[in-house]
Design a protein around this ligand. Structure first.
Ligand SMILES: *Cc1c(COP(=O)(O)O)cnc(C)c1O
Length: 394
């Protein structure tokens, strides 16, 4: 056994989160794609079966009340809240991240008022945010300016209405400085909207602490909610009365069953709701969130950094120098929970890696992505992944 393999065994033995792995359905594969689709928590299948057979099959319409279906969006929002550093009453679950980006960004622009005619968007953003920001700018008569996150402070000014940023870059795994950037946006009198898709469930976010205005995120990556599970929208408490959703559906009406002709928004986070929630996905997510019971986000972050450090060390030891280039920043303060390696034949390499039982993913044109989900990935997995990668790279 190699020195690194022995170290991996020791690290696994000392890992306080090790037991969490038993809460997931796993096999022999080293699964490093939880930043794209989280693994299945064992509790989910039975819960979904109960929701389908009993709540839907037997109780039928009564379940909207008796099974808590109607209040699920805000109840599950409150369950996610501690994972992103939010007090209760500020998050609703529903719709996709894309749809919530639209609600949050247009809502922010409306709060900023007429005098501010520019929207800044992360130039390196996940594509959907950029597309939606472009449409939101067109609809609200604002100009959209793509800016690299590091250049945002210099680009802010009296014209800026809102800034849409990704907390962690989906491609490189770079973690942006949410506290400093949010403070800079506020100093310019603008509103900060953060996309947390690659940070919630992987590292502390501190939404309340840092005064973030609006935030969105998906639940099928590090939160393991299942394919297409609903996203969430955070609206800071002090802004909720002014949040004017561009998608005011009957579910966010002050009196949804009043069936009124005119729209009057509900108070609080409920305003972020639109139409009838997708209950099956939502309750699968609610069950999936149980794996976080008693897990401090700080412990998750500590293990995540230890995993990515160890992976980089194993890659350096096993892979010939110059064969891959690491795109993920080395400083912990700038690293999310994934490692991105660049190599010309990345597409082919990932195909062979998957065949060899190590699942990461490929992002065109030349990036190998490896996501490290601290609840179910261990150090022996990491060592094996690097070893198989070295062999695959030949
Ligand atoms: C995964 C991801 C999304 C996905 O949006 P969907 O509407 O769920 O398809 C959006 N933004 C970022 C930054 C992501 O990483």
């Amino acid at each position: 056994m190699s020195e690194l393999a022995m170290r991996a065994e020791k690290l696994d033995a000392a890992d306080e989160l090790r037991g969490k792995r038993d809460g997931f359905v796993l096999d022999e594969v080293v699964y490093l794609d939880g930043n794209s689709l989280g693994a299945l928590p064992a509790v989910v299948s039975g819960r979904v079966e109960d929701v389908v057979r009993r709540q839907w099959g037997e109780l039928r319409i009564r379940s909207w009340e008796e099974s808590g279906w109607w209040t699920a969006p805000e109840r599950i929002g409150d369950r996610i809240a501690p994972l992103v550093g939010a007090a209760p009453g500020q998050i609703v679950v529903g719709d996709s991240t894309s749809v919530n980006v639209f609600k949050a960004l247009v809502g922010a622009v409306r709060m900023a008022g007429e005098g501010r005619d520019e929207i800044l968007v992360d130039a390196t953003t996940f594509p959907t945010d950029g597309y939606i920001a472009e449409s939101a700018a067109r609809m609200t008569g604002r100009t959209l300016r793509p800016v690299a996150p590091a250049d945002v402070p210099g680009a802010l000014g009296g014209r800026t209405a809102a800034v849409l940023l990704n907390h962690v870059d989906y491609r490189t795994g770079r973690l942006h400085d949410l506290p400093a950037l949010t403070a800079a946006v506020h100093a310019a009198g603008a509103y900060a909207v953060w996309d947390l898709c690659h940070s919630a469930g992987a590292l502390p976010v501190g939404l309340d602490e840092h005064g973030v205005d609006l935030a969105v995120g998906c639940t099928y990556k590090y939160l393991n909610g299942g394919p297409g599970s609903p996203a969430y929208l955070y609206v800071r408490r002090e802004l909720q009365d002014r949040f004017d959703s561009p998608l005011p559906g009957w579910n966010s009406h002050a009196e949804p069953f009043g069936m009124r002709g005119g729209y009057e928004p509900a108070p609080g986070a409920l305003r972020g709701r639109v139409g009838t929630p997708d209950i099956l996905s939502m309750l699968a997510l609610e069950a999936a969130l149980e794996v976080w019971d008693g897990v401090p986000v700080e412990a998750v972050r500590a293990k995540s950094l230890a995993l990515t450090d160890f992976f980089l060390e194993c890659v350096a030891a096993y892979v010939p120098e110059g064969r891959v280039e690491c795109l993920t920043p080395a400083p912990h303060a700038e690293r999310g929970s994934q490692i991105a390696l660049r190599c010309d034949d990345a597409g082919d390499v990932m195909k062979r890696l998957v065949e060899a039982g190590v699942v990461g993913d490929f992002r065109a044109p030349d990036v190998l992505r490896f996501g490290f989900t601290p609840l179910y990935v261990g150090f022996a997995d990491v060592e094996r992944a690097a070893r198989v990668l070295a062999r695959t790279l030949g």
